[in-house]
Design a protein around this ligand. Structure first.
Ligand code: ZN
Length: 322
């Protein structure tokens, strides 16, 4: 048994007995962890109502050496995930991020960069737009970090390079082997009967690469940004509170502009390419996690590739939730 303290994001909560919760959290230092929060549903408890879905928390827990669930002993809220009522897209996308992350990760497999990107993504989904682009960037990074990023430039069978950059027609069709995770050239297509072939477009593949680059840049910018902000606060340690407030406000403006810059290329992509990429991701990710994700149904509303949900859609979603 050892006591651990780490930042964490709540991915799943299930009621347990009369007053407790079983939680799945994704921690900065230890990866995914499952544990029991005794008495978390009592009025007075050591978790200060911080254990909401997708909340970012500071968690203390006892790591059990046996198969028993870890024991969560204390949690403090760092940030609640609470998009306002007009931001349903951000809400649905956040739930999808949680389900996807849970499905892709194993317990106790540390991935601090992924933790950071998840934290950034959820913070942004809760307050800003660009939902579709953020989800693409997140998915691309997740696939990349688990070695599942598809082969988009070379035939997955023979390795031959395909002339992606020489094709300007983004709507041009290309075959993608869903089971092996990559494009197939004409020769290989003619030579063998491939299973799990799906049709996609050059535009979707280029968009996928752009999404991966955006996520990588987002991480780079943010590490530098956080460091710089810390230095500024350090230098202004003895300054009056108004100066500190000003530093915080300026930082927020810089953060916004870095954020727009990082997502700009992805935002301005051809809408057809984005739609094709959404379709490809849904199929490919379902293959990787070996089951349909419940929240993937919400994604077409969340990412706005398919218009806003109608009242009937929302009813259907609520029914499938129940
Ligand atoms: Zn080939």
């Amino acid at each position: 048994m050892s006591i651990e303290k780490t930042d964490a994001i709540v991915l799943k909560t299930v009621d347990f007995m009369e007053t407790s919760l079983v939680l799945t959290v994704f921690t900065r230092d230890l990866g995914k962890v499952r544990g029991l929060a005794k008495g978390a549903r009592r009025l007075k408890n050591p978790f200060e109502t911080s254990l909401d879905l997708l909340a970012s928390i500071k968690l203390t827990f006892i790591r059990k050496s046996s198969d028993a669930l870890d024991l969560f002993t204390e949690a403090k809220l760092a940030r609640r995930f609470r998009p306002n009522s007009r931001n349903l897209r951000g809400l649905y996308a956040g739930y999808y991020v949680a389900e996807l992350l849970d499905a892709m990760t194993e317990d106790y497999d540390p991935a601090p960069k992924l933790w950071r990107l998840t934290d950034l993504t959820l913070a942004s989904l809760a307050k800003r737009g660009r939902v579709g682009s953020r989800v693409f960037a997140y998915e691309a990074y997740l696939l990349d970090s688990f070695g599942e990023f598809p082969s988009v430039r070379n035939c997955v069978e023979c390795g031959q390079e395909l002339p992606l950059d020489r094709v300007d027609n983004l709507a041009r069709k290309i075959w993608f082997e869903n089971d092996r995770g990559g494009v197939v050239c004409r020769n290989c297509l003619a030579r063998r009967r491939t299973l799990g072939l799906v049709s996609t477009t050059i535009g979707a593949l280029k968009a996928l690469e752009t999404a991966r680059d955006a996520a990588r840049n987002m991480l780079l910018y943010n590490v530098a940004f956080e460091q710089n902000l810390e230095d500024q606060y350090e230098r202004a340690r003895n300054a009056p509170a108004t100066t500190l407030d000003q530093i915080g406000r300026n930082a927020e403006i810089v953060r916004e502009s870095l954020d727009s810059e990082t997502l700009e290329k992805l935002e301005t992509l051809d809408p057809g390419a984005r739609r094709d990429l959404r379709e490809l991701m849904n199929r490919y990710i379902m293959r990787i996690v070996r089951r349909p994700l419940r929240t993937a149904n919400w994604l077409r509303y969340a990412t706005g590739e398919d218009g806003a949900p109608t009242r009937d859609d929302v009813k259907t979603l609520e029914l499938s939730e129940a």
